[in-house]
Design a protein around this ligand. Structure first.
Ligand code: AMP
Ligand code: ZN
Length: 118
């Protein structure tokens, strides 16, 4: 997926709409279009990085910015009793959009187990 066709790059460029909750020079956050919890946000680097598997030392700063932003956004959205962060990576991780993103999920009730135990 090139930056040209990437849906999250299109959101960054303003070519696709988003329900934005945060933006600075390096990072953007917006509501997931198909929420899986009462609060479901996505936090992305503006720079196109396909997944966590592609991250290298040059991404340390933006990854740090994202991780520090996550609890601030969680608090702003009322997630005072906790929340879940998910980064799906690659085929095995079930990644659908190949532009690195951190999911923030939460709401009034517990989210249940991280994965089903069979
Ligand atoms: P993942 O499986 O981790 O790649 O998750 C991709 C997420 O992006 C899914 O939860 C989708 O609902 C979400 N998504 C896809 N397109 C959009 C969009 N245009 N705006 C907001 N969220 C989106
Ligand atoms: Zn992208």
């Amino acid at each position: 997926m090139s930056e040209q066709n990437c849906i999250f790059c299109k959101i960054v460029r303003g070519e696709l709409p988003s329900n934005k909750v945060y933006e600075d020079g390096d990072v953007m956050a917006f509501h997931d279009i198909r929420p899986l919890a009462p609060v479901h946000l996505l936090v992305i680097p503006k720079l196109h990085v396909a997944s966590l598997a592609e991250c290298t030392d040059e991404h340390q700063t933006v990854l740090g910015k994202i991780m520090v932003l996550v609890p601030k956004l969680a608090k702003e959205h009322g997630l005072n009793d906790g929340f879940r962060t998910i980064i799906n990576t690659g085929r095995v991780g079930g990644q659908e959009v190949y532009h690195l993103h951190v999911h923030i999920l939460g709401g009034p009730s517990a989210l249940g187990p991280m994965l089903r135990r069979d």
